[in-house]
Design a protein around this ligand. Structure first.
Ligand code: GTP
Length: 253
């Protein structure tokens, strides 16, 4: 099937629009206004006609729900039993932001301590890292420091970070309050903080759409910047040629 057909086939059934997403927001402090018109698409991983591609890594202690978050975002499913990820698994998610299709390559990593050194190999060239703890597990929150340290050691300091407190549906067992998570995110310079439930789906797609907006925004700025630099370079070269030889070469001027 052609790319356009895959897109058209899925468009009607699978789009989740801003207005639907706005209804379930229980975190009053979070604002879910997107800069661009935003939708989650359900396209085949083989779809090729996208504008930009971003690598996103999901890290955090074992059992906090990294795989479930990814599965919920990509396939709308929740798996109840815990099967520890071996190494890592790559998922694909397409978003439509500002009428452009962007692709997320989501690297779901294993959180088990024995394999942590292995995970550091996957950090390279990551656009954004989603660091997950579970709101009912104090240990997973306490160890966020370690994850941040390892990420900083093995990746560019520019890699953006999003903090996620998962298992929001387990409110009765909550050990980390929303304000504590938010403060941690602010103190460490995370670009955003969400509480999610991979079980009910609450805030999962909203989080990826927000990430999509942020990365797309940066992509646009970068492209404009590159264009500006190229045009300045072209102009300088023309001026130099005019000064030295009189006639500029056709290629540039
Ligand atoms: P590793 O692969 O070992 O690093 O674990 P992980 O972080 O990928 O955890 P996973 O997604 O496998 O989930 C671990 C357990 O938590 C499973 O039993 C899930 O069903 C459960 N779980 C994940 N997310 C949620 C959630 O939002 N709410 C509830 N109640 N349970 C969840």
């Amino acid at each position: 099937m052609k790319n356009e057909e895959i897109y058209e086939n899925n468009k009607q059934n699978n789009l989740i629009n801003n207005s639907k997403l706005g209804k379930n927001n229980t975190n009053e402090n979070n604002e879910y206004k997107y800069k661009y018109e935003s939708e989650v698409l359900n396209l085949s991983p083989e779809f090729k006609d996208f504008e930009a591609n971003f690598k996103i890594i999901v890290i955090g202690n074992s059992g906090v729900g990294k795989t479930c978050i990814t599965n919920q975002a990509v396939s709308n499913i929740f798996i109840n039993n815990h099967q520890a990820t071996i190494g890592m698994e790559i998922f694909t998610l397409f978003l439509k932001i500002d009428k452009k299709i962007i692709k997320f390559q989501i690297w779901d990593t294993c959180g088990e301590e024995t394999y942590r050194s292995l995970v550091t190999n996957f950090y390279r060239s990551t656009s954004l890292a989603i660091l997950v703890y579970s709101i009912d597990q104090r240990d997973s929150f306490r160890e966020l420091d370690l994850w941040i340290k390892e990420l900083r050691l093995n990746n560019s300091p520019d890699t953006k970070l999003v903090l996620v407190g998962n298992k929001l549906d387990l409110e009765n067992n909550r050990q980390i309050q929303y304000a504590e998570g938010k403060k941690f995110a602010d103190d460490y310079g995370f670009i955003d903080f969400f509480e999610t439930s991979a079980k009910t789906g609450e805030n999962i797609k909203r989080m990826f759409l927000k990430i999509g907006n942020i990365l797309y925004d940066e992509y646009i700025k970068y492209s404009e910047d590159a264009n500006r630099k190229y045009n300045t370079f072209k102009e300088n070269k023309c001026q130099l040629r005019r000064k030295t030889k009189g006639k500029p070469k056709k290629k540039f001027c």
